[in-house]
Design a protein around this ligand. Structure first.
Ligand code: BLA
Length: 291
């Protein structure tokens, strides 16, 4: 597919316009330095946007526009800790031949354990997922550790880049984002200090996972260098990883501890797993982790 006319910018524009219809977005000046970055080889431009709003701690986007070579979107919405809302997550990587897609309302609590949380948010959303599971089929083995951050309506897919598939993806993105906004509209502020603390810690665990192990990091490093990539990841993409909690990656994920006490650099210690979709159409978990 010729990527010269293709951009994920319209996804971001749609999401921000929809959000503005419902709430007031305030820009975050602390992210100003990340607004426009150029790759070291001058072949790609990285753009970011970020805002907060009532109920929304952070809505932020990163696009990488590498002309014909690569187009990337990392778009996420993180709720205030007073809300146990899912985290909106759209991570799309596209080059001329291949697209790698994760689109989900990431649960704040592992839905294989917290079935009440699954019922609360995903029961009603299953028909929406079903609409896309055939056109955007399961993409094969994933890092097994990631599963706890995914929901029964996860769209995880890989396809040969084509205009048709990207039109389907745009449609799915719009539907999923509108579904997230509807959840936000209905969300009632938590008042129990204990629940707020749990929400904050669950979000911090999520941020800690992604700041350490997100599959996009190697490409960001290649584009802008190790130091700037690290800053982009820690202070922008997963902003809050330094402020929402004091626990470390190894506190949350002790299985990554090496004998020397450092973090295992492998992305996965369990290995890749889940060759097929590990939820059935009723959202029941049917996966079994094998190696
Ligand atoms: C691959 N990205 C993947 C895969 C997943 C994700 C599940 C498949 C491989 C794997 O499971 O490790 C995404 N994983 C996630 C997300 C969560 C998670 C969203 O745990 C959330 C909890 N992807 C990006 C960006 C780039 C990118 C910004 O988001 C590039 C700048 C690239 N993702 C990318 C590439 C691959 C990939 C190149 C394939 C290479 C690989 O598998 O390591």
């Amino acid at each position: 597919m010729d990527l010269s006319n293709f951009s994920y910018q319209k996804f971001v524009n749609f999401a921000l316009q929809e959000t503005k219809l419902r709430t007031a977005l305030a820009p975050l000046p602390s992210h100003e330095k990340f607004r426009l970055l150029r790759s070291k080889d001058n072949n790609a431009v990285l753009r970011t946007l970020s805002f907060c709003a009532p109920k929304i701690r952070l809505v932020r986007s990163l696009t990488v526009e590498g002309n014909r070579a690569m187009q990337v979107l990392d778009f996420a919405v993180f709720p205030e800790p007073e809300f146990d809302l899912p985290i909106f997550c759209a991570n799309f990587f596209t080059n001329a031949s291949l697209s790698i897609v994760v689109l989900d309302l990431n649960p704040l609590y592992d839905v294989t354990i917290h079935t009440d949380y699954k019922e609360k948010y995903y029961r009603k959303l299953l028909p929406l997922g079903k609409k896309y599971f055939e056109l955007l089929p399961w993409g094969g083995n994933i890092t097994a550790e990631s599963l706890r951050f995914f929901s029964p309506i996860l769209i995880w897919t890989r396809f040969n880049s084509s205009q048709f598939k990207h039109d389907v993806l745009y449609s799915a993105f719009m539907d999923y984002f509108k579904a997230w906004l509807a959840l936000m509209d209905e969300a009632v502020k938590e008042t129990s200090a204990c629940h707020i603390h749990q929400n904050r810690e669950a979000q911090h665990k999520y941020l800690t996972w992604r700041a350490e192990k997100d599959p996009g990091h190697p490409i960001l490093k290649k584009l802008v260098g190790e130091n700037l990539a690290k800053e982009l990841v820690w202070r922008f993409l997963f902003d809050g990883v330094d402020s929402l909690g004091a626990k470390t990656f190894l506190d949350y994920f002790p299985e990554y501890k090496c004998d020397s006490g450092t973090i295992n650099q492998k992305r996965s210690v369990m290995g890749k797993s889940y060759e097929t979709r590990p939820w059935d159409l009723n959202g029941e978990f049917v996966g079994n982790h094998s190696g």
